[in-house]
Design a protein around this ligand. Structure first.
Ligand SMILES: *Cc1c(COP(=O)(O)O)cnc(C)c1O
Ligand code: SF4
Length: 442
C-alpha cells in the first residue's frame, strides 16, 4: 500500500473533504496552523466514517476542530491568515498562542534526564526505577497526528540524523551501568516511523551487549492504528518482524505498547493481519489510550474497544487521563467521570479484559490512579494510589483527596480529612525545586 500523507499545505487535495462545509475547512486551516495536523490515506479511507463527519470521532482525532482553540485565539489566527500574511508572520502568531497553551513546561525533561560522566542525555528519561524511556532522534514524528497530542512541537526540528549511533552507544552504556533497569521503552513520536535499518541501530547494540539485567524491550507505537502496512507491505516490514524475533532470540521480551483510541482503529483486515504478524514473532501487544471527550468518553466505546483488542490477541494495559495542556478544554473530562467510565467498562467485560489499569495521570509524583469515590465517616472523598512513583516506595499506597467533581488533574486535588498535605508531598518537594512544582510533566 502506498503511503500518502496530508498536512496543512496539501490537505485540500483530500477528495472526501469536497463534501464538508467551508467552515470545517476553514477550521482545519486555522487550528491546524497552531496544533499538530497530519493524516494519511489509510486514516482517511478506512478509519473515518465520512457520513458522520463532522461528529465522527476518528475525524476529530486527526483533523483540527474549531473548538480546540479558545475563541480569542481562533479569531487572532483567523485575522492573521485572512489578511494574507506570510509564513513567518503566521508562525510567529501561532507560536505566541502555543506558548499560552503551555505545551511543554520549561524543564519538562530536566528532572528525569539521566546523566553519564557528567553529561545530560537529552534523548532519554529515567523517572521510574525499572524503566528507561528512549526517544530516538529519528522517531520524533508519527504516521498521522492525534489532535490531542502536544508532544510534537517540542520535537519538530530535532531531525539531526548524524547522532544515531552515538545515541545508541550512550543508551547501552547507561543501561549497563544501571542494574536496576529491566526495561527500555522506545518512544517518540513513533519509533516505527523509522525504517527498520534505523531502528536496528538502536536495538541491536542493546541485544549485542548481553546485558543480563535488561529483560524487556518495549516499543510504544501508534502504527497499528494509523499505518498497519508498516507490518505487512512496507518494503522493510519483514525486516522489522525479523528484528522482533531476534529480540526474542536474545532472550528478551518484546513488549509492543500499542496506542488505540477508538474501536474503529481495530476494524478491517489490515490491522488484524498486522497484529497476527507481530504476535507470530513472539512479541506481546499491550494497549493504551487516554479517555478523551468527543473521542471515547463512554464506557460502551471502551468496552467495545478492549473486547476487540482481546479477541485480536492484545492485552489491555492503560487508561490514561488526558493531560492538562494544549486543547485540554476540548478533550478533558473530570477525574470522577473518567473513573465512572472505567468502572462501567470494567463491570461490563470479562476477567481477561480487566487487565486494563487506570484511569491514571502521568504527573509529577508518578502515575496516579483514581481508585474511586468513597464516603468515610460522613466525608465524601476520592481515593487514589500510585501505579508508579517517583519514589518506588510510593507505589500501591492508597491516599485520599477531598471530593471534587470538577477536578481534572492532580494539581486540582486537596488532601481529605483536614490534612495539609499528601503522604508524599514533603519528599516530592525535595526532588523538585519549588519554582517548578506548578508544572506537570512526565
Ligand atoms: C508510563 C511511564 C513508564 C512506564 O510505566 P509502566 O507502568 O512500567 O508501564 C516509564 N516512564 C515514564 C516516564 C512513564 O510515564
Ligand atoms: S501517535 Fe502518539 S505521539 Fe503521535 S501524535 Fe498521536 S499521541 Fe502524539
Amino acid at each position: 500500500m502506498k503511503y500518502n500523507s496530508f498536512m496543512l499545505h496539501n490537505f485540500k487535495n483530500i477528495p472526501q473533504l469536497k463534501t464538508v462545509s467551508p467552515e470545517i475547512i476553514e477550521a482545519i486551516e486555522i487550528v491546524g496552523s497552531v496544533l499538530p495536523f497530519k493524516t494519511n490515506n489509510y486514516v482517511i479511507d478506512n478509519l473515518i466514517n465520512w457520513k458522520n463527519v463532522p461528529d465522527d470521532p476518528m475525524f476529530k482525532l486527526t483533523f483540527p476542530q474549531k473548538d480546540m482553540l479558545i475563541p480569542e485565539h481562533y479569531a487572532k489566527m483567523k485575522s492573521v491568515i485572512d489578511s494574507g500574511s506570510d509564513k513567518q508572520t503566521i508562525k510567529k502568531a501561532a507560536d505566541e498562542i502555543r506558548l499560552q497553551l503551555n505545551p511543554h513546561p520549561a524543564g519538562q525533561l530536566e528532572h528525569n534526564v539521566p546523566i553519564i560522566e557528567g553529561e545530560k542525555l537529552y534523548g532519554m528519561q529515567h523517572k521510574y526505577r525499572e524503566t528507561v524511556l528512549f526517544f530516538p532522534s529519528q522517531g520524533q514524528t508519527c504516521h498521522a497526528y492525534c489532535t490531542f497530542c502536544f508532544r510534537w512541537p517540542q520535537f519538530v526540528g530535532i531531525e539531526d540524523l548524524k547522532f544515531a549511533s552515538k545515541e545508541a552507544e550512550l543508551l547501552v552504556k547507561y543501561v549497563k551501568d544501571h542494574k536496576e533497569v529491566t526495561d527500555v521503552l522506545f518512544t517518540g513520536g513513533d519509533p516505527l516511523i523509522m525504517k527498520t535499518k534505523n531502528l536496528e541501530t538502536y536495538i541491536r547494540p542493546l541485544l549485542d551487549a548481553n546485558i543480563e539485567h535488561l529483560k524487556n524491550i518495549r516499543i510504544g507505537s501508534k502504527a497499528l492504528a494509523y499505518w498497519p502496512y508498516r507490518f505487512i507491505t512496507d518494503d522493510d516490514a519483514d525486516d522489522l518482524l525479523n528484528l522482533f524475533e531476534d529480540v526474542k532470540r536474545a532472550g528478551k521480551h518484546l513488549a509492543f505498547m500499542a496506542h488505540f483510541n477508538h474501536p474503529a482503529e481495530l476494524e478491517g483486515d489490515a490491522v488484524a493481519e498486522a497484529i497476527k504478524r507481530i504476535l507470530r514473532t513472539g512479541a506481546v501487544i499491550r494497549t493504551q489510550s487516554p479517555v478523551l471527550k468527543h473521542i471515547n468518553d463512554s464506557a460502551e466505546t471502551w468496552a467495545e474497544m478492549i473486547k476487540k483488542q482481546v479477541v485480536l490477541g492484545c492485552i489491555p494495559y492503560y487508561m490514561f487521563i488526558a493531560r492538562n495542556t494544549g486543547a485540554q478544554h476540548y478533550f478533558s473530562i473530570p477525574l470522577v467521570e473518567a473513573w465512572n467510565i472505567f468502572r462501567k467498562t470494567y463491570q461490563s467485560v470479562s476477567g481477561i479484559c480487566r487487565t486494563l489499569r487506570g484511569p491514571s495521570m502521568s504527573c509529577l509524583p508518578g502515575k496516579v490512579q483514581i481508585l474511586g469515590v468513597a464516603e468515610i465517616k460522613d466525608e465524601k472523598v476520592m481515593v487514589f494510589r500510585m501505579i508508579q512513583g517517583r519514589n518506588p516506595d510510593w507505589a500501591a499506597r492508597p491516599f485520599f483527596a477531598k471530593y471534587d467533581e470538577k477536578a481534572i488533574w492532580y494539581t486540582d486535588l486537596k488532601p481529605a480529612f483536614g490534612e495539609e498535605k499528601f503522604f508524599f508531598t514533603d519528599e516530592l518537594n525535595k526532588f523538585i525545586t519549588p519554582a517548578k512544582v506548578e508544572y506537570n510533566f512526565e
